[in-house]
Design a protein. Structure first.
Length: 114
């Protein structure tokens, strides 16, 4: 059974940091591109960061220099280190796996507010 389970969301003040984690199971993790997407209230789903199976990473312009994507193929884990958080980063963050199939986690809520 395929599972993507996100954790690490919560309430943080502007300028703060959070680290999201995604635990993957049930598929050949190392063969899949892994990504983080987010959906803010009233807005469409948008790509935040994606890491290919080959090791390259791409980021949305809105978070470049503030967020860092990483993956651990030995542990089947994906991370998103988020620094210098802004109110506009408030969203539900989803873990995504893309390969022979596409899988989604259920999401974790990040709220940036004072």
């Amino acid at each position: 059974q395929v599972q993507l389970v996100e954790s690490g969301g919560g309430l943080v003040e502007p300028g703060g940091s959070l680290r999201l984690s995604c635990a993957a199971s049930g598929f050949v993790f190392r063969s899949y591109a892994m990504g983080w997407y987010r959906q803010a209230p009233g807005k469409e789903l948008e790509l935040v960061a994606i890491g290919s199976s080959g090791g390259s990473t791409e980021y949305a312009d809105s978070i470049k220099g503030r967020f860092t994507f990483s993956r651990d193929n030995a542990k089947n884990m994906v991370y998103l280190q988020m620094n210098s958080l802004k109110s506009e980063d408030t969203a539900v963050y989803y873990c995504n796996a893309r390969g022979s199939f596409i899988y989604w986690g259920k999401g974790t809520l990040v709220t940036v507010s004072s």
